[in-house]
Ligand binder design. Sequence first.
Ligand code: GLN
Length: 501
Amino acid sequence: MNPGVPASTSDPADLTIAGAGAAMRRGDLAAVELLGAVLARAAVTEAHIHAYLTLDRTGAGEAAAAADRRFATGQPLGPLDGIPIALKDNLCTRGVETTCSSQVLAGYVPPYDATAVARMRAAGAVIVGKTNLDEFAMGSSTENSGFGPSRNPWDTHRVPGGSSGGAAAAVAVGSALGGYGSDTGGSVRQPAALCGLVGMKPTYGMVSRYGLIAFASSLDQIGPLARTVGDAVDLLEAVAGFDPCDATSIRGQVPAMRRSLDAGVDGLRIGVVEELTGDGVAPAVSNAFRGTLDDLAAAGAEIVDVSLPTAPQAISVYYLIAPAECSANLARFDGVRYGLRVDAATTEEMMAATRAQGFGPEVIRRVLLGTYALSAGYYDAFYGQAQKVRTLMRDDFAAAYRLADVLVSPTSPTTAFELGERTADPLTMYYSDVCTIPCNLTGDPAISVPTGLDDDGLPISFQVMAPALGEEMLFRVAAAVERLSRFEARPTLATSQVPSP
Ligand code: GLN
């Protein structure tokens, strides 16, 4: 049980997606009214948390009105119809500025929707706006944003996590009911963990990356942020499935995701990853993690210890592969086609000046690292070696899944840290993702579920990992963790009448 503030359902902004959808289908709530509640919440909280870069009041209002016309005829489109959602600003939205929180893309208005965005719209979702992130999704705190950091609604002196920190802060505070981020090394799961939400990274290839501005293409996946596991399923189902525009999109049926949500964990083998549960995990996080394991055991699961010997190398491998891929992906931001152009005497000087001025320090650090790792003479020693360890890591996971149905760890080794606490030392910041990065390297799905609060009243989370395309099992265990933990606390900022500063 948690000592936090109890959830309130008197304000529609505090409803779950399932709850709001049911109220709209009953005719007790209009989509425009729900949007009004969410925008009113944003009007009070944005000055404190800066979750959004752009609020699309007009587009959202039109989408909500269209949803109400469908509800009036008794023909809603599905679970997301009329639901206000927050979108990380690295997902292209037709006609709405998309910046990746970078000065290099300031003012860029895409002429097309990402496939995932087109699917959300087709499902009736109401896109409230575009949310803040670490520039090009490189970071774990949103402090690397080119437009100023977001703050954690549980404690505004602390970070909401990153890189999808704006979307997480918005869903936590009630300026959206659900959201979508991208997860390259943990950027959906870690901010979910720090903001007391469910955050999920699907199997690589399940959600199309077309229109997701690329960071590291072999790792990037779009994933949902939600207040409940069931809501995360609804968000994922709306966007999952084959897309011919993404060459890495998985063909064939999307796995069943909702079918086993109530099946419980009786008889399942739950593997505790030795390397992700020891050193560096804060005592409160570790205690909560052990408490959840006890609950799962009491519910009939068999808890087994497993080892992933290559897991301690995950950060080193990731910080070769991700920068290598980003150095290639970000070559397109050269002042010729998109966003910023800093004029200079020659084309070459124009490109250099545009990139020097447009990119922030972390992006420049990664492009330099990646270019170095890919350069002739170093390629085999760095990039090639990292790829080999990546293969060994897949073998480690395959061996572990012979002993366990799912693997578990804390999502983040600590609760939300203070703004500025880790900015001076990139390696400390990189360590924030020690538990989440392995599943990006293997491509397997993983989910973060909030289980409690620490002594400072900050959320603590539990990560469940499953084999590729094992979403049904993943959501089954996550739903069990959710029921056993009964986490219902809400951030103070969402529940108090905070005056605008
Ligand atoms: N924090 C990690 C990084 O900075 C992961 C980011 C992400 O998942 N987009 O690269």
